[in-house]
Design a binder for this molecule. Structure first.
Ligand SMILES: Nc1ncnc2c1ncn2[C@@H]1O[C@H](COP(=O)(O)O)[C@@H](OP(=O)(O)O)[C@H]1O
Ligand SMILES: [Mg+2]
Ligand SMILES: [Mg+2]
Ligand SMILES: [Mg+2]
Length: 330
């Protein structure tokens, strides 16, 4: 099968990184949270998760560029924090030096060509959800020619279809999307289940999801869109790419994300894995103009505004509603 090695490497890496996050959460009295320059939070688990994933990618695919959300600058200045990260990483990646870990976190190449093959990593997507003990995701995607071809999401707090808490999902181009329950963290011998989007094409029965954080998305505009489309249910508000997991597995039919901050451009690692998982589960993902997301423009989706992921059936109706609202605002 095409991408077999990529899939195995990505599943194992995300599995280990997800275990690291759960391990860090046991020590929740002190998750080692610091503020980044943009004032967003980052924890020892974010750094540790990126180290575990990057170490695995560098070993398996030494020539592939890896673009991750985090860098090691904070750890280099804070020895105590760095030691905590080392303890977490060694449990997953074996006996490894501090230099190797710091270099792995900073694996990003100097010359980046986003039009070619690269991996993108969000070691914890939804760090705020992680800190609240709610939804978060470990996200890894392989991008080729500006489109994700493989996406893996580790969602330790998302309900698996067997009712257990925690799952790992993946989507592989041309192969479909699949879910493992959290048992897979220890061994991928467990049975995977093919997932698909909600078949129901009526807005009446549809659920939509959006960010939990009010600052990350325009809840008011989303409500207007839903009113026009005829979606009656109250929104699922949750952190992270777990929203893509909800659409891909049929728990929701629509994911809306219009930035609240004017001019905000979405980061590639916040979407790449989720997009391919939804698409391969039979769904559709575009921006608010109906254009495909372009992952070749740099670390941000510079050519896209607003994210719309649906079960396909409702896609055109939602785009029409967006158009109506835009016309009204003119
Ligand atoms: N003003 C803003 N508008 C939209 N997204 C934002 C934002 N500020 C931060 N984010 C992104 O929102 C992501 C979380 O998404 P969600 O709201 O769906 O949980 C964050 O990922 P991290 O948690 O990896 O930093 C961050 O990249
Ligand atoms: Mg962040
Ligand atoms: Mg993120
Ligand atoms: Mg993150």
């Amino acid at each position: 099968m095409l991408y077999q090695k990529e899939l195995e490497t990505a599943l194992n890496a995300v599995g280990k990184a997800s275990m690291l996050c759960q391990d860090a959460q046991k020590d929740f009295v002190n998750p080692g949270t610091v503020e980044k320059q943009d004032r967003s939070p980052v924890t020892i688990a974010d750094f540790g998760s990126q180290a575990v994933i990057n170490l695995a990618l560098i070993k398996a695919f030494p020539n592939d560029p890896v673009i991750g959300e985090e860098d090691s600058a904070i750890l280099k200045e804070n020895k105590e924090l760095c030691q905590k990260v080392m303890n977490l990483v060694r449990k997953q990646s074996g006996d490894i030096s501090e230099t190797q870990v710091l270099e792995a976190i900073d694996a990003e190449p100097i010359d980046k060509d986003f039009t070619r093959r690269f991996w993108t990593v969000d070691p914890i997507d939804g760090t705020k959800g992680f800190l609240r003990g709610e939804q978060y995701a470990v996200a890894l995607a392989l991008v080729e020619n500006g489109r994700p071809v493989l996406g893996v999401l580790g969602c330790p707090n998302f309900p698996a279809d067997n009712g257990k808490k925690g799952c790992i999902l993946y989507g592989l181009k041309g192969q479909g999307s699949f879910m493992y329950s959290s048992d897979a963290l220890k061994s991928f011998d467990t049975i995977e289940k093919k997932i698909s989007v909600a078949r129901d094409s009526s807005a009446e029965n549809a659920r939509f999801c959006e960010s939990f954080e009010k600052a990350h998305a325009s809840h008011d505009v989303h409500a207007q869109i839903c009113r026009i489309v005829g979606i009656k249910a109250s929104p699922f508000r949750m952190d992270s790419q777990a929203k893509y997991a909800a659409v891909a597995s049929g728990k929701a039919s629509v994911y809306l994300r219009l930035p609240r901050v004017k001019g905000y451009k979405e980061k590639i690692w916040d979407h790449a894995a989720g997009v391919i998982i939804v698409e391969e589960a039979g769904g559709r993902v575009t921006d608010f103009n109906g254009s495909a997301l372009d992952f070749s423009a740099g670390i941000s989706l510079l050519n896209n505004t607003g994210i719309l992921a649906t079960n396909s059936h409702l896609h055109e109706d939602v785009l029409k509603a967006i158009k109506i609202i835009r016309e009204q605002k003119k």
